[in-house]
Ligand binder design. Structure first.
Ligand code: FAD
Ligand code: NAP
Ligand code: SF4
Length: 686
């Protein structure tokens, strides 16, 4: 009997001549933080091994510098000495237990290095780094080329199947290729031949050192998305030179880190940038890898079937689910734990120099520490609350062999994620609930919906353990007029769809205040489609020039005003008491996107506010000692939350073994990342 492959293009092998890749899936480079941890390489080996076991064709490691100046931070990873090889061997040996290939990424950060010894083509400081780089001398440039070749050779000795040379995202090689950062007048600056010389000489030197049978991927910046970026003609010219210099594959690089266009956040439409790889397909013969916001096998398959690329790079989706490829191959893509693009546990951690993990999969990068062993004695466990905490606990506990029943008073599972998924740009949150629903059914967890639990009912049912994941209730405020009909909670706005006027004040500018502002500014229940599912409109809104008339593929301000048809028709004030910048506490890598979105929508963000009263006229506030009336139709309260755990004490008193997780435990600074991790940690030991 022959079975047809569910994803024939994605799962097809790729013949590179001297070697074959098992499929068209490349796990993109991600720094995890384990690289620098004491004993981190054993954990890193377990991390990569799980992905190899999960069926991925080719892995690219996190970036490793070829020399000290190129390190991302003072103690960032470097491969330049023979004694560095041994620890890398742990990784390659672990991966090679499976038919997966692995390439080491060589990354010289240039002026993005977070230390005072940074170097660049010219002495031009980056807006996202406090350190000003020194301009490299010609001798140092030649030394850097040798360092790349030396590192590549050491990578080969460490058992890697190849290397990826990082030539995009605004790192050193990219800094050389663009006039934005390359002001040199010698043979390393000026014309495109001179600007790309470092990249091309590096590829040639590496090829000469490692021989023919070694993969060289070059990550080429196909879209710089910054002023002073390259023209399409320059990018194509360079791609051809990269091919001629001996690269095996070209990977697509999108946007410098300092670009003011979101490139991987959850609000970026899926596969938003594959068009640029497709454009390049007409220009070179070697296989091209496309990338950015591709997170399901269906999307990946379509890109390949449409001939837009030869391979698909996905990075964060492999944090979210190590078994992505095997599940796709088994036609079980609805069992994949999908990356929702939140950046909360991965990139935000890396920028804070913490170990990366994943909001939806807390096991990522903790493979040797967070382990769910099968239980010897199965317990009957009641879980009250089917928000992220209750759902995650139920799945992990049931996987271990416990008999789990989950209760929620609502008509559907999901808790606050059902609110979050309705925010424009957070459509991906649907996927997490789809995943949990499927897992509950596969693991035979009994789900009781429309089922408000009381202490008495739980005591009578006589469970071995009760887990309270009952979440939070919105905070009530002590402001004169708080009971006025103008006052609404965020739940009334998003969950209950109360009709909201054209003039609105939002009290509280945390994550939820921002989301409510986006919701009201972008559509506010009108049924208008979110930009995240309208790639063309999204591009115009963020100023991306698909016709590539301008260098860096950016629209000019005038072009953007003409192209962006997205309109807003509400007056919104977003208020907070703190005198600091509104939104300062948002995610490191996404906060600027939320702020820019609201600025584009004309939302007035006001810090240092004292709330005086709410009346028929509106909301009276005081700023810098001066009172002012905001004549608004509605005042929406997004001022944080309190734990909801009325059941807890009575259960303790009745000697029931009871546990609190998620918002029910601590509401302050709660997010789904903490709720899910805490649930997993309890499930691992209960
Ligand atoms: P909840 O999600 O609140 O779930 C608790 C559940 O318990 C509810 O379903 C409730 O019905 C049920 N329940 C309560 N009492 C009983 C009872 N007696 N009987 C039966 N059932 C009961 N977090 C992020 O990390 N990233 C984000 O981008 C993000 N965006 C958000 C956007 C919005 C608009 C909102 C509102 C929240 C957002 N959050 C986000 C926060 C995140 O959703 C919460 O941190 C998370 O849902 C908390 O999970 P939980 O399981 O502890 O509680
Ligand atoms: P939050 O982030 O703690 O924000 C609460 C806001 O209310 C703050 O702006 C606070 O600022 C204000 N506030 C607090 N007490 C107040 C009071 N007594 N009177 C008036 N204002 C008060 O909480 P949240 O917005 O409710 O979000 C809950 C959690 O969900 C967050 O911790 C967040 O991590 C998560 N979330 C995350 C995202 C995301 O995109 N990552 C999105 C949504 C939610 P002042 O004290 O300065 O006024
Ligand atoms: Fe994806 Fe968020 Fe997990 Fe990062 S933390 S891998 S963005 S789901």
């Amino acid at each position: 009997m022959t079975t047809t492959s569910p994803f024939p293009n994605l799962l097809a092998p790729l013949d590179l001549g001297f070697t074959q890749l098992a499929n068209r899936v490349l796990m993109g480079s991600m720094h995890t933080g384990l690289e620098e941890e004491k004993g981190g390489f054993a954990k890193l080996a377990a991390f990569y091994k799980a992905r190899a076991k999960g069926g991925v064709g080719l892995i690219v490691t996190g970036g490793v510098s070829p020399n000290a100046r190129g390190r991302i931070a003072p103690f960032g990873s470097e491969l330049s000495k023979f004694w560095h090889v041994k620890k890398h061997k742990q990784v390659t040996d672990a991966v090679h237990e499976y038919p997966t290939k692995i390439c080491l990424q060589l990354l010289h950060t240039g002026r993005y290095a977070y230390h005072p010894f940074s170097v660049a083509p010219s002495k031009v400081k980056s807006p996202i780094n406090p350190f000003t780089p020194k301009a490299l001398s010609v001798r140092q440039i030649k030394g850097t080329i040798n360092d790349y070749a030396n590192s590549a050779n050491l990578a080969k000795k460490a058992g890697y199947d190849g290397i990826e040379i990082m030539g995009s995202e605004g790192y050193l090689l990219n800094q050389f290729t663009c006039v934005k950062t390359n002001h040199r007048t010698d043979e390393w600056g000026g014309s495109i031949d001179n600007r790309m010389r470092l990249s091309i000489e590096t590829i040639k030197a590496v090829r000469a050192k490692v021989g023919e049978n070694f993969i060289i991927i070059f990550r080429l910046s196909m879209l710089d998305l910054v002023e002073g970026g390259n023209s399409w003609e320059d990018v194509v010219y360079m791609a051809k030179a990269v091919e001629a210099a001996g690269a095996t594959l070209i990977n697509t690089g999108i946007g410098w880190h300092e670009a003011r266009v979101p490139t991987i956040a959850t609000s970026v439409p899926r596969a938003a940038f594959t068009w640029v790889t497709e454009k390049m397909k007409q220009e070179v013969k070697i296989p091209l890898v496309t990338t950015n916001r591709i997170n399901t096998p269906e999307v990946a398959e379509k890109i390949l079937a449409d001939g837009q690329a030869d391979m698909i790079s996905m990075a964060r989706p492999f944090l979210a689910d190590a078994d992505f490829v095997n599940k796709a191959a088994a036609d079980k893509s609805n069992e994949i734990n999908t990356c929702i693009g939140c950046n909360q546990a991965c990139l935000d951690h890396v920028f804070l120099q913490k170990r990366a993990s994943c909001l939806v999969n807390p096991v990522a990068c903790y493979e040797t520490e967070l382990v769910f062993g099968k239980v010897e004695k199965s317990k009957r466990i009641a879980v009250v609350g089917a928000g992220p905490a209750g759902l995650a606990f139920s799945v992990y506990a049931a996987e271990r062999g416990h008999k789990v029943e989950i209760f929620d008073r609502a008509k559907e599972i999901g808790g606050q994620f059902n609110i979050a998924k309705q925010i424009p740009g957070k459509e991906e949150f649907f996927e997490t609930l789809r995943y949990f629903k499927k897992k509950l059914s596969l693991l035979n967890v009994t789900v009781h919906l429309n089922s408000e639990q009381s202490t008495e009912a739980l005591i009578v049912a006589n469970f071995d353990e009760v887990v309270l994941a009952t979440g939070i209730s919105p905070r009530k405020l002590d402001i004169k007029g708080f009971d006025h009909e103008k006052v609404k909670t965020y739940l009334q706005v998003i969950r209950d769809k109360d009709v909201i006027g054209k003039k609105v004040a939002i009290i509280g500018a945390g994550g939820i205040g921002f989301d409510v502002a986006v919701y009201l500014a972008e559509k506010g229940g009108t049924g208008e489609k979110s930009l995240s599912v309208e790639p063309e409109k999204w591009m115009a809104h963020w100023g991306v020039d698909r016709s590539y008339q301008n260098n860096g593929a950016l629209l000019s301000k005038a072009q953007m005003e003409k192209a962006d048809k997205h309109s807003h028709d509400r007056d919104i004030y977003l208020l907070q008491r703190k005198p600091t910048k509104v939104g300062a506490g948002l995610g490191k890598t996404t906060g600027w996107i939320h702020r820019a979105t609201l600025q584009k929508a004309g939302v007035k963000m006001m810090p240092g506010v004292t709330y005086k009263s709410i009346t028929d006229e509106g909301l009276t506030i005081e700023i810098n000692g001066e009172e002012q009336l905001l004549a608004v139709d509605h005042v929406i309260i997004c001022a944080g939350q309190e734990p909801q755990r009325e059941l807890y004490q009575k259960l303790v008193d009745a000697k029931v073994s009871v546990h609190l997780i998620g918002g029910a435990n601590v509401a302050a600074e709660l997010d789904a990342k903490r709720a899910i991790r805490q649930a997993a940690e309890l499930a691992a030991i209960i």
